[in-house]
Design a protein around this ligand. Structure first.
Ligand SMILES: [Zn+2]
Ligand SMILES: [Zn+2]
Length: 138
């Protein structure tokens, strides 16, 4: 399987994941806006077994997600970059696409569009969902 490598801004943390993501998603929920200081988080959903921190020790912050299960953010204690979020409800990591050295994966959908800020630029060429697509989560 192809290996995709990434890091935080300062390089203290490095990671890789193998193979294709399960999904590639722009998330416009309020949590992601706060987290990124932007309109969205671009997450590559990678099965837990395919993801590995290869350098450094991330700090963690966890919150309860909409599903009721924990979302655990892994971030660098030096530069504060969040490299991924462990979504325990789905047994995958939502890896920050912007932390990859090279990201060959375009977004496949946009979720939580109903909470996007008025100035958000929504993608026009992929499905947009107010919250989640039917059958996903909850
Ligand atoms: Zn760092
Ligand atoms: Zn979100």
């Amino acid at each position: 399987m192809e290996k995709h490598i990434g890091s935080c801004r300062c390089g203290d943390l490095e990671f890789h994941f193998k193979g294709e993501p399960l999904n590639t998603i722009f998330c416009y929920c309020e949590e992601c806006q706060k987290l990124t200081g932007s309109d969205k988080w671009f997450g590559l959903w990678v099965p837990r077994a395919n993801f590995e921190i290869t350098k450094g020790a991330p700090l963690t912050y966890s919150r309860v997600g909409d599903s009721g299960a924990e979302v655990v953010y892994l971030f660098c204690g030096t530069c504060s970059t969040v490299v991924c979020a462990e979504v325990t409800a789905g047994d995958f990591y939502s890896v920050s696409a912007t932390s990859l050295k090279l990201n060959p994966f375009p977004p496949k959908m946009a979720i939580y569009v109903s909470s996007s800020p008025t100035w958000a630029v929504l993608p026009e060429d992929v499905p947009n969902f107010d919250i989640l697509p039917p059958g996903m989560g909850r």
